[in-house]
Ligand binder design. Structure first.
Ligand code: FEO
Length: 164
């Protein structure tokens, strides 16, 4: 059985994962609007992953006999200054999520909630991967700058994303 403090924190994390899904879907819409279909696809996959993250916690709360209480999701940003800015914002977002997962883990330790600690270990590993992936995209973008041909090739590369 989940205690109330951990349950509230997990519900908050569900809200944040849903917010992340919303932000990435908005970034995908932005890329569609500027005709970068590969970047749009990459962000759409990223958004789908965030829905999976939210559902992982959703299922965990239910499996523990807790009560999922969904909350309002803030509107995402819709306009961006450049392709690079979008990915930099995505990285900042992931770094914030990493901090939230770490806080949640600390809470689970304080509350001696061992199953929550085990569940969160998956998220701790996942955050390493998430930050690495977005960081790599940023490094590549910095290398190519805003040149048309290179950006076109970069966009085609991102179109190949399946999972991660
Ligand atoms: Fe659910 Fe990308 O963190």
């Amino acid at each position: 059985m989940l205690n109330q403090t951990v349950q509230d924190a997990l519900n908050k994390q569900i809200q944040y994962e849903q917010h992340a899904a919303h932000v990435y879907l908005s970034m995908s819409a932005y890329f569609e609007a500027i005709n970068l279909a590969g970047c749009a696809h990459w962000m759409r996959k990223q958004s789908e992953e965030e829905v999976e993250h939210a559902m992982k916690i959703f299922d965990f709360v239910n499996d523990r006999g807790g009560r999922v209480q969904l909350q309002a999701i803030d509107a995402p940003p819709t306009e961006f200054a450049s392709v690079l800015e979008v990915f930099e914002k995505a990285l900042a977002h992931e770094q914030k999520v990493t901090g939230l997962i770490n806080q949640l883990y600390e809470l689970a330790i304080q509350e001696k909630d061992y199953p929550t600690q085990v569940m969160l270990q998956w998220f701790i590993d996942e955050q390493v991967e998430e930050e690495k992936n977005v960081g790599q995209v940023i490094e590549q973008l910095k290398m190519i700058g805003t040149q048309g041909t290179a950006l076109y090739m970069f966009d085609r590369q991102l179109a190949a994303r399946k999972e991660d």
